[in-house]
Ligand binder design. Structure first.
Ligand code: SF4
Ligand code: SF4
Ligand code: SF4
Length: 214
C-alpha cells in the first residue's frame, strides 16, 4: 500500500532542485506527510502541483512561496564548451546524470536528461554554464513518451545515481579497511593490467606497421 509520502512524492515534479529547502523531492514529500512543512515550497511544480497537494493533504495555500525564486519550465543547462576546463564539478553536482565528460576534457549536457534544476551552475569555476530553452534535439529519443510520466523517469534516474554513489562509497570504505598488504596487491594487480593493456596496443600497432610495409 502506498504511504502518504509516496502519494505526495508522486505529485512532485522530480526536478530535484532543492529549492524547497530539502535534499530532494522525496525528503520534501516526507516532511509534508509528517506535517513539518507547508505545501507551498515547490517552484518547479507551480500552481498545478500546489493544487494537487492541497487536494491530497487538505492543506490550504494560495501560491508558491515567492521567496523561493522562480523557475522557467523548458530551460536546460548548456555548457559553453570552449571555456570548459574539464574540472567535473558540474557532473558531481548533477542529480540526474545529465552531464557527460571526463577529467580535463570538455563537458556537455544531454538536454533531454536535464531537469533544469540549476544545481550545476554555481559550482562551475569558470562560469561557463548557462540556462536556456531546450532545443528538443534529444527529446523523444531519451525520455520515454506517455504512459511513463516524465517525473517518473527523472525519479528513476535520481534514484539510480544515488544507489551508484552509495555503492562506490561502500567500495571505498571497504578498501580503507583492507590490510596494507592486500592494498599493495591491488595496486600491483592494477599496474600489471595496465602494462598488459599497453603491450597489447603496442603489439597491435606493430602488426599494423608490418602489414603496411609488406
Ligand atoms: S522539484 Fe525542487 S522544489 Fe520541488 S519538491 Fe523537488 S526538490 Fe523540492
Ligand atoms: S545539467 Fe545542470 S541543470 Fe541540468 S539536471 Fe544536471 S545539474 Fe540540473
Ligand atoms: S564545472 Fe564548468 S568548467 Fe568544470 S567541467 Fe563543468 S562546465 Fe566544465
Amino acid at each position: 500500500m502506498k504511504t502518504l509520502t509516496d502519494q505526495i512524492d508522486a505529485l512532485l515534479p522530480q526536478t530535484q532542485c532543492r529549492r524547497c529547502g530539502f535534499e530532494d523531492c522525496r525528503a520534501y514529500a516526507d516532511a509534508i506527510a509528517k506535517g513539518e512543512t507547508g505545501i507551498d515550497r515547490c517552484p518547479p511544480g507551480g500552481l498545478e502541483t500546489l493544487r494537487a497537494l492541497a487536494a491530497l493533504t487538505g492543506q490550504q495555500a494560495e501560491r508558491v512561496d515567492p521567496s523561493l525564486g522562480g523557475y522557467t519550465p523548458g530551460n536546460v543547462a548548456f555548457v559553453i564548451e570552449d571555456d570548459c576546463i574539464g574540472c567535473t564539478k558540474c557532473i558531481q553536482a548533477c542529480p540526474v546524470d545529465a552531464i557527460v565528460g571526463a577529467a580535463k576534457l570538455m563537458h556537455t549536457v544531454v538536454e533531454a536528461l536535464c531537469t533544469g534544476c540549476e544545481l550545476c551552475v554555481p559550482p562551475c569555476p569558470v562560469d561557463c554554464i548557462r540556462m536556456q530553452p531546450a532545443r528538443g534535439v534529444t527529446e523523444g529519443i531519451l525520455v520515454p513518451e506517455a504512459p511513463t510520466p516524465r517525473a517518473d523517469f527523472f525519479r528513476a534516474r535520481y534514484r539510480s545515481r544515488r544507489e551508484r554513489l552509495a555503492r562506490i562509497a561502500q567500495q571505498r570504505e571497504s578498501r580503507l579497511h583492507l590490510p596494507a598488504t592486500t592494498k599493495q596487491d591491488l595496486v600491483e594487480q592494477r599496474r600489471a593490467e595496465i602494462a598488459a593493456a599497453v603491450q597489447r596496443v603496442r603489439a597491435r600497432r606493430a602488426r599494423r606497421t608490418d602489414k603496411h610495409e609488406s
